[in-house]
Write a protein that binds this ligand. Structure first.
Ligand code: ZN
Length: 66
């Protein structure tokens, strides 16, 4: 199980989006982004884009839990 690069939480693979999602902070990254983060490089997405993505995903993630 991959570890979230931001908070150290557990990340789960979401098959419907092909992204790894942090169960603690909601960070969502693709496989290649996760590899980049592990190597210490930042992903291609800009900060704003990532933040927007994360918020959207967190919303979706929380609503899908119900
Ligand atoms: Zn996290």
């Amino acid at each position: 199980m991959p570890i979230c690069p931001e908070c150290g939480g557990e990340m789960k693979f979401d098959r419907s989006r092909y992204m790894y999602v942090c169960t603690s902070c909601g960070l969502a990254v693709t496989r290649s982004e996760l590899d980049d983060l592990k190597k210490g490089r930042s992903p291609d997405l800009g900060e704003d884009e990532r933040e927007r993505w994360r918020r959207e995903y967190l919303k979706w993630w929380l609503s899908s839990k119900r």
